[in-house]
Design a protein around this ligand. Structure first.
Ligand SMILES: [Fe+2]
Length: 160
């Protein structure tokens, strides 16, 4: 479904941009759940620090979800945040249920965050090519923040 708008981008440009945004929305919703999975289940001597770090990461990803979904609705399309859509369309690897210690959760989340950042960065050029510089800017914002969050995770893995 598409809504009409006074927004000056053509239907074609909006459709292309929303396809890119929806793909990353499904990834981001999956990633958000993965961060909570780590927040709840991490064990070990650094429990409290990692428990809190993973919840902060969840908060950042929640912001990505809102940015992506609301750009879709701004462009007159329907943001699909349904669990079934997320499960069917996320391009991220499934989170390992057996992850227990801090390092296992850090590595699992870093893998997902790295893949998400790569896809978001690819979205910059794809949105530019599609003719929507604002969606490209949104992907720039998201990929830059994803890089920073990846640093926060990887700094724990680079100490030795
Ligand atoms: Fe909590």
């Amino acid at each position: 479904m598409t809504y009409t708008s006074r927004l000056d981008l053509s239907d074609h440009v909006r459709k292309e941009a929303c396809g890119l945004l929806q793909a990353r929305l499904s990834d981001a919703l999956d990633l958000e759940a993965q961060a909570k999975q780590a927040h709840w289940n991490v064990k070990g001597p650094h429990f409290l620090q990692l428990h809190e770090l993973f919840d902060r990461l969840h908060g950042e990803i929640e912001d990505f979800v809102d940015l992506l979904a609301e750009r879709i609705t701004t462009l007159g399309h329907v943001a699909d945040g349904r669990i079934a859509t997320t499960a069917a369309n996320s391009t991220l690897y499934g989170y390992p249920l057996e992850a227990s210690g801090g390092e296992a959760h850090l590595k699992a989340l870093a893998g997902s965050l790295g893949a998400f950042g790569k896809a978001a960065r690819e979205g910059i050029d794809q949105a530019t090519l599609a003719g929507d510089a604002d969606t490209a800017d949104l992907f720039t914002q998201i990929s830059r923040e994803t890089d920073k969050q990846l640093w926060f995770l990887e700094a724990h893995l680079q100490a030795h």
